[in-house]
Each structure stands twice: as structure tokens, then as C-alpha cells.
Design a protein around this ligand. Structure first.
Ligand SMILES: [Mn+2]
Length: 456
């Protein structure tokens, strides 16, 4: 049913493309940029005119700035479903195609083509997967964009615990079949192909390595205690360079550490996806996704799009961007550790009041890392709050997916509206923008909403 609908809309799109210009808008995170890259390539293959803009969020303000006539088709990827109530005027004017996976607002119109797996009770999938399926119905050649689809899916953690299921698993197999992707079981640590091992360990927050995540000196000491040398001659050894025996030694030592802190020990293994046709530094999907995410969130969309579409002249620049981005995150985390007064722990939730101290574009990532850390209670939802511009607060809410679900999206959008803001997202990861003077009121109302949901 879902695939039939995509096929139908792809067929109609081909007709629309004949005499209209495309205005494509996409989200700035790795999933949104991957979605944009897939669509850009597909539109090039269709020989249609298009322009692309990458946006942080599709707010009512941004929607006001969209100017379209009946000669345009507006295409939105990785947002749009949750903003349909604000898009009605545009939809009256011309055709709108939405390729999204966020909680949809129910709305139908003859000008609107709405592709969202949630409308068909499909399992979770990223926007990049939705765009890939659409692109493939436009032209079967677009099957070669499968690796970009997987990058977006990994970035949006559609592979909970590093294992894809359902439709995405089929797509992954498609990637293997055409020789673009290989899948192996292994230690799911960051940068296995490209980083010194101690950096891999220190940069890995999920799975958390107690005492080592976030600390390079501790990682170095840990490895030396295990008798694993960090260098091979003059070269830093990488995770992939370890012998099987060394890998086992490392794995059991980490499992021991995790057992002591009552973390699930088997959690450290997962599927490792390798992109066989990419340069070595970009072959690990997770690392590629991190690069795209850091470029997207720091306004370096061009670099991200070029790398995804196979122009590697920007690779050096992307390292610089990523180091800067990583620096922002670790200084954000340090700020929280040094300012515990700004962590508000209530009975039902944790709130981080970052104010101007953490940039709004990373507050979601920082909240996610905190949720996996020992600093806060991971059995409660976390709400990271950072100033956005002069008069707004960006709120990023996250909840551990393994918990009995509370629908954060419905809680946060209801509360945001009640204080004069707006919000949306997914049940386990949602966001909002609220007026700056409503911080206290927002926290108070959220508490009540969580209790209400728990009682249902
Ligand atoms: Mn997404």
C-alpha cells in the first residue's frame, strides 16, 4: 500500500515536472541533507529545473518566506508533515509534495501529495529512505543512491541497537546485492576505519563506556592496562587493525565495565555498514553520517552535499568542520558538568537550562549524550533548552527508546502551543520553539502532561 502510493505519486510527479519548477526545501541534519542529496540527483536525472534551500526548521516564520506561484512545485523533505496546518495557503496555490517521516498532521487536498510511512502504519524509517523509494520509482537508475539512503537512516538511528528491520533491511540487502554496501557484525564504536583506537573509545557515547567515553587520557590508560599497543610503528592503530584476540580482550574489558554500572553488556556489538565505493575515510557509515550532520548543523550544506554526491574535493574542509562541531559538543557537555545548577531534576523529567551557553543547533545532540550518560536518570525524558535568537527558546526532547513509551511529540507540541510556541517530531525525539519568557511555565505544564500520559 505504502509503496503503491509512492509509485502513484512518482508517476504524477513526472507529469508535473514537465512544465513546473521545483522548489526543494530540506532539513539541516544528516537525514535531511541525505534526503536532499537523493532528490537533487534524481531531479538532475529528470532534467528538471530546481532550487534547493536547507532550513534549520520549518517554522511558521520560514513558511511565510516561501513564495510560490502555480508554476512551481514545492517539495519538502524531512519536514512538512507536522506543519501541514500552516501550509494550507501554499497548497491552495500550487502542488506540494511532502516526503517526511515525522508525526503527520491530517490534511487532504487535491494539490497535496503526502508521502509518510506513518500514514500507512509502516515501521519507523528515515526521510532519506522515503526519498530513496520515491527516487527509485522516478527512475530505476536511482538505485545507486542506496548508500545515501542508509547514511540518513543510520543518522536518524532508524537502526535501533544497530540492526535494521523490515523495509530498511530489504533496502540494505539491495545495497549489498549491487556491491555498494557490506554488512558485518562488530564492536559498534565510532571511527573504526579512520581514528586512533583511543579516540574511537573516547568519542563513543552510545554504547557508553563508563569512565572512558569523553576522555582521551582515560582511553589511553585503559588500552595500556589491557596491553593493547596504540601504535604500529609510527602509525596510530585503528579499531579495524586489531587482531581478533585483541578485539576480544577489548570487548570483554568493556563488558566488565558495563556490568559494574548495570548496563546491558551485549549492547556493544552491532551491524557495521561499509560503503564499498567511497574513499576509505568515508567508508564507515556512522562516521560519514557524523560528518554530514556536523556540516549540516554548522551551515556547511554545500560541503555535505558534495561529499554525498561523490565530489571529494571538500573532504579536508569537512574534517575541520567536524572537529569544530565536536569541540562545540564537548564544551557544551563540560558546561553542564560544571554548572549542575542548570540541570532541573523533577519527579518525571530532567530539564537542561542552557540559555546562551549551548548553541541551539547542538542542544538535541548534547541532550541525547546526557541521556546515555551517568549524569542524569536515563529512565526519565530529557528536555534540553537553549536560546534561539533574541526572543525564543529551542527545546529538544529525548527519551530512551527502551522505556515504556511516552509520546514526547504530543506532549511537546501541546505544551508549546499553550505557551505561544510550536513543536513536532517523533514519539521518542521531539522539538519545539517557545517564547523566551515562557521557560518556567513550559516546565510546569510539561510535568503535568507527562503525568497525564502515564495515567493512560
Ligand atoms: Mn529525519
Amino acid at each position: 500500500m505504502f509503496l503503491d502510493e509512492i509509485e502513484r505519486i512518482a508517476r504524477i510527479s513526472k507529469n508535473l515536472f514537465k512544465d513546473k519548477n521545483i522548489k526543494l526545501l530540506s532539513q539541516f541534519d544528516a537525514d535531511g541533507i541525505s534526503s536532499a542529496a537523493i532528490l537533487v540527483k534524481a531531479f538532475m536525472r529528470e532534467n528538471v529545473k530546481f532550487d534547493l534551500r536547507i532550513l534549520k526548521q520549518l517554522t511558521s516564520n520560514e513558511i511565510k518566506k516561501i513564495s510560490v506561484t502555480e508554476k512551481d512545485i514545492l517539495i519538502l523533505s524531512d519536514f512538512g508533515s507536522g506543519q501541514l496546518n500552516m501550509l494550507k495557503d501554499i497548497i491552495e496555490k500550487t502542488n506540494v509534495i511532502i516526503l517526511d517521516h515525522h508525526e503527520p498532521f491530517e490534511y487532504k487536498h487535491e494539490n497535496l501529495y503526502h508521502i509518510n510511512p506513518l500514514l500507512f502504519n509502516e515501521k519507523e524509517m528515515s526521510a532519506s529512505i522515503v526519498c530513496y523509494l520515491y527516487a527509485k520509482f522516478l527512475n530505476l537508475k536511482n538505485v545507486d543512491l542506496v548508500d545515501i539512503a542508509i547514511i540518513g537512516a543510520v543518522a536518524d538511528s532508524a537502526d535501533e541497537k544497530w540492526e535494521f528491520k523490515g523495509l530498511i533491511k530489504k533496502i540494505l540487502e539491495e545495497g549489498e546485492l549491487i556491491g555498494k554496501i557490506s554488512v558485518n557484525r562488530g564492536l559498534r564504536f565510532y571511527g573504526r576505519n579512520s581514528r586512533p583506537i583511543f579516540k574511537s573509545l573516547a568519542f563513543t557515547f552510545d554504547p557508553l563506556i563508563p569512565g572512558i567515553s569523553g576522555s582521551e587520557p582515560q582511553a589511553v590508560q585503559f588500552l595500556s592496562e589491557l596491553g593493547i599497543s596504540v601504535k604500529e610503528g609510527k602509525e596510530w592503530k585503528k579499531l579495524k587493525d586489531l587482531t581478533l584476540e585483541e578485539q576480544q580482550k577489548l570487548a570483554s574489558a568493556i563488558i566488565m565495565k558495563r556490568i559494574k554500572t548495570e548496563k546491558d553488556a551485549s549492547d556493544i556489538f552491532g551491524d557495521i555498514y561499509t560503503l564499498l565505493e567511497r574513499p576509505e575515510e568515508l567508508q564507515d557509515v556512522r562516521e560519514f553520517a557524523t560528518i554530514i550532520n556536523s556540516c549540516g548543523r554548522t551551515g556547511n550544506h554545500q560541503i555535505a552535499l558534495r561529499l554525498l554526491l561523490g565530489d571529494y574535493s571538500a573532504i579536508e574542509k569537512s574534517w575541520t568542520v567536524m572537529e569544530k562541531y565536536r569541540g562545540m559538543i564537548s564544551s557544551g557537555l563540560n558546561w553542564i558538568k560544571n554548572n549542575p545548577k542548570n540541570i532541573i531534576k523533577t519527579e518525571n523529567a530532567t530539564f537542561i537550562l542552557a540559555k546562551k551557553n549551548i548553541h541551539e543547533s547542538i542542544i538535541g545532540t548534547v541532550s541525547m549524550i546526557l541521556l546515555n550518560s551517568e549524569i542524569i536518570d536515563s529512565s526519565k525524558p530529557i528536555f534540553g533548552m537553549a536560546y534561539s535568537g533574541e526572543d525564543k527558546i529551542k527545546v529538544s526532547a529525548r527519551i530512551s527508546k527502551t522505556l515504556k513509551p511516552i509520546n514526547l511529540k504530543s506532549i511537546i507540541s501541546k505544551t508549546a502551543i499553550s505557551v505561544g510556541g510550536e513543536g513536532g517530531g517523533h514519539p521518542s525525539a521531539a522539538g519545539a520553539v517557545i517564547p523566551i519568557n515562557k521557560e518556567d511555565e513550559f516546565i510546569r505544564i510539561i510535568g503535568g502532561e507527562i503525568i497525564k500520559q502515564k495515567m493512560v
